[in-house]
Design a protein around this ligand. Structure first.
Ligand code: IPM
Ligand code: MN
Length: 384
């Protein structure tokens, strides 16, 4: 096997705090399983970098990252130090740009955001069926509402007009929907390998083992809505074992709250997926536990990027209070990605981290603990 190389970008706010715990876990796992794993830390805090260089990351940042197998990212978004009177001068759209540049530059066209309410995680919904929540939201990550085309006409004037274009291609639509079906099938297979196929009742009252629910707003945004719908129907014929369903995004929000246990795989556009995954995160324990990843499944020579769903939380940064759970689940997912169904040691390391994190959550979920305390407890558990 060749050495797997990880670019670690701690980023802003609580990013460096949760990344420290991830790196400590990687160190222990490397020793424990003799992993052929290396990493390099790229310390590019947006605000400080911007003050010095007028940019939030080095000009050649993508080139520096390109040769790595994965990027582990803490969090981005920095309005500046709390004490700085010029705070908020650096707009979100600038300090968050690197995230979008990496997704685009490395063609990370899938964003996977699992939402599973694990034992110990905070249950926001009163209905105890919430314990059965186990969905995977797949967000189209390369185009759609995020193409950054448009502009402002007569800025600042009462007659100002802002336009923001959305672009959807059939190619990107087909590949994300097909990816959804593959995941639905894979999830069903793992479940039955556990000996407990998850039979669940879908919203329309059917019982099935796996489903792809497509989300659009095709009643108002017709063109891409129709294209998505046709793509779903065409690709579904290749997956007779996977049920299909469609929801309009507003109704999907409602049903995520009413009956989130009736969803399996959900495929959504870039922006609608963004919004749905904050909601899904809360349904499955909150931002503190929600992992996320940005994948390029066709080209492993480009780094995929692993980041928690949460942001940089400047309000609690620097106090050692951030929950590293989401970061550690995300790190486990990264190791699984790097293992790629081939490297047993890496896969074992991924499972060890995941299981330790899940066990810690089950034992201590809901307790107020410091970032470091949680990280240490997880590492102790990894040693068995
Ligand atoms: C996310 C974030 C980003 C997004 C922001 C920070 C640009 O909300 O990863 O979900 O909208 O994709
Ligand atoms: Mn988001």
């Amino acid at each position: 096997t060749t050495t797997k190389r990880i670019a670690v970008t701690p980023g802003d706010g609580i990013g460096p705090e949760v990344i420290d715990q991830a790196v400590a876990c990687l160190q222990d796992l490397r020793d424990q399983f003799q992993l052929d794993l290396e990493w390099e830390i790229f310390d590019w805090p947006s605000h400080r970098w911007h003050e010095k260089h007028g940019e939030v990351m080095p000009e050649d940042a993508l080139d520096q990252l390109r040769s790595f197998d994965a990027i582990l990212l803490g969090a981005l978004g920095d309005p500046g130090p709390m004490t700085d009177p010029n705070r908020h001068l650096l707009p979100d759209s600038i300090s968050l740009a690197p995230l979008l540049q990496m997704r685009k530059g490395f063609d990370q066209w899938v964003c996977e955001r699992p939402a599973r309410l694990l034992p110990g995680a905070r249950q926001y919904l009163a209905d105890d069926r919430a314990r059965d929540i186990d969905m995977l939201v797949i967000r189209e990550n390369s185009e759609g509402e995020y193409v950054a085309q448009g502009g402002r006409l007569r800025p600042g004037s009462p007659d100002e007009v802002a336009t923001q274009m959305e672009v959807f291609t059939r190619r990107a639509t087909d590949r994300i929907i097909r990816y959804g079906f593959e995941q639905a099938r894979a999830r069903a297979a793992t479940r039955s390998a556990d000996g407990k196929p998850r039979q669940f009742k879908t919203l329309d009252g059917r019982t099935c083992e796996s489903q792809v629910c497509l989300v659009t707003k095709r009643n108002a945004l017709r063109y891409w809505g129709d294209m998505y719908t046709e793509a779903l129907a065409a690709i579904a014929t290749e997956y007779p074992d996977v049920a299909t369903h469609h929801e309009l995004v507003d109704a999907a929000c409602m049903k995520f709250v009413q009956a989130p246990w009736a969803f399996d795989v959900v495929v959504a556009s870039n922006l609608q997926g963004d919004i749905l995954t904050d909601l899904a995160a809360v349904l499955s324990g909150g931002m503190g536990v929600a992992p996320s990843c940005n994948l390029n499944p066709d080209d492993r020579s480009m780094p995929s990027m692993f980041e928690p769903t949460h942001g940089s939380a400047p309000d609690i940064a620097g106090q050692g209070l951030a929950d590293p759970t989401a970061m550690l689940f995300t790190t486990a997912r990264m190791l699984q990605w790097l293992a790629n169904d081939e490297d047993e040691k890496l896969q074992h390391a991924a499972d060890t981290l995941y299981n330790a994190m899940a066990a810690d959550l089950a034992a201590h979920g809901g307790e107020r603990r410091k970032t470091v305390e949680i990280g240490q407890a997880v590492r102790l558990r990894m040693k068995g």
